[in-house]
Every structure is written in structure tokens, then in C-alpha cells.
Design a protein. Sequence first.
Length: 323
Amino acid sequence: MITQDQLRVIALEEHYWDYEVETHFKGRDSSRRNALMDRLHDLGELRLKEMDEAGIDVQVLSHGAPSLQRVDAESAVALAKSANDRLAEACRANPERLFAFAALPTANPKAAADELERAVKRLGFRGAMIHGPTGTDGWLDKKEYWPIFERAEALNVPIYLHPSWPHKNFLETYLSDYLEEYPALGGPAWGYTIETATHALRIILSGVFDKYPNAKMILGHLGESIPFSLWRINQALNRIENTGGASFREIFSKHFWITTSGNFSNPALLCCMMEIGIDRIMFSVDYPFVENNEATSWIPTIPLCEEDISKLLHRNAETLLKL
Ligand code: MN
């Protein structure tokens, strides 16, 4: 296996699709190009070959968006169990290379908390990934979802907050003039960032971390641009007209970890380091939507010392996910 200077390389926003879960995807969520579908459906040979070629030692697997977040409570609970069981089987076949984040039936928050516990305790999963709001406006900061934070804290595992295709009102009002020519504008180029950064902001302002002071979250894509705007968000939320009293910077820096998924920029990485420190930043690719090679060929160009590179590539993930 090729590794970057013999350092273990762990990537933790790496997706697959489950055959049963994807039958619930509708409209834009269900369409992906054929080459992507082959890779999304593979949890063995093709995936491991592409990991070897690029020098990725470990993938922490998660379902692709929107996972179970648009499946109703009635169907989602059983579906989560069967999909997580199948994912666990794939991980057991390659126990050194593949680990997993659970898919959660968030339409039933209590069942989602129970499934998280089952996935962590019985299947050896390292946390869960949640893709945007449940349904159209089931943002995780709403109190009905707090049992998920409570259980994640008790289990000492992180929740990875991932984007999903944004609400149609946002797309229509803000982006529709350009979406036909640039569909990615609604997704990875801009829409995902707005949706997920907004979701994270709401969670921070909700007070959920006062209640669960050891709850941990992960954001991809170098923190969905929040580190770049951290000073301004924090200053603005403390201007005189605001009465909430939350210290945005303090909460973000204590409860959030970020990954490099799909954002391999040295200036952006250095900005994140200066705002939140290297200990909270972890390497990731966003396979198969982004090529492994694009991520690993970036590694030798990162202007950091060996100590920090080892934290970025594997040590931070090993600590947070107990790998
Ligand atoms: Mn992703």
C-alpha cells in the first residue's frame, strides 16, 4: 500500500449508497451519473483498489445524502437497522480499512437515539452522519431532536452534520437564474455551504450544548466556511441588539471538528488552523463525489510541519473516533 511518507491516512467523509435506502430517494436526490453509481454501490474491491491507488488507508463510511433524513418515521426505523447492519457486514470484511458512521431515522428522534446506541455498541460504529434537516424544516436544533445529542454525548461519539440538496424556496429565490447552466450552484459550489452552515449556526444558538456540554459535532468542507467568518459572526451576534448571550466562537471552538472533504486549499486550511487550531481539523476526501487522488496529491503541498501533518492525516481522527 502506498502511504504518504508512511503516515496512516484516514478519510472520514466517504460515501456509499445502500440499495434499499436509495429506493426512497426522489427527484434530484435519486439521480447520479453512472460512474458514480458503481462506486457508491461498491463496499469492497473497487473501493479498496481506489484507496490503494491514492494512498488512503482507512475510510470511515457513511451513506450519501440525503440518507434517511427524508424518509418518514414509519419506514425509516426498520430501514436504518437493515442498512446499518449491511454496512457493518462490509466493515467486518475489511476490519483494518473500513469503519462506519450510522444512518439515523431522525423522523423518530427517540428511535434515532436508540439506533445510534445499537450501531455504536453492537456494530462498532464511530458515530453518525445526519444530512440536513429532517423532511423540509426539521432542523436538529429543535428540542424534539435533542435526544440524539443526549445519546451521542452519553456514548461519546460525534455527529457529522452533512449537507443535503437545499429547500426549493432557497433555490428558486436565490439561484434559479443560474441553476440550469450550473446545477452545482445549488449543491457543492454554494447551496450546500449555505444550508449546512445555517444548520450549524442554529444548533450553536439553540443552547443544546449548555444541556449536553460534551456533545461533539463534525462539519465537512473545512467547516462550511464558518471558520473564515468566525470573527464576524461572533462580533455581530454580540452587538447591542442581541440578547441571546451565546458566545459563538467559544461554542464553535469547543464542540466542532472539521474535515477537509472536497476543499483542498492551503490558504483556507491555514485560515481554519488560525481560528480553531490543528487539533480539530481532519483529512477527508468526499469520495466518490471527489477523487481520492485529488485529495492525496494535495498532501505533499501542505505547508505544515510533520507533527501537524500527522495530526491532520490520522492522529486527530484516531483520537476523536477511537480508531
Ligand atoms: Mn459528502
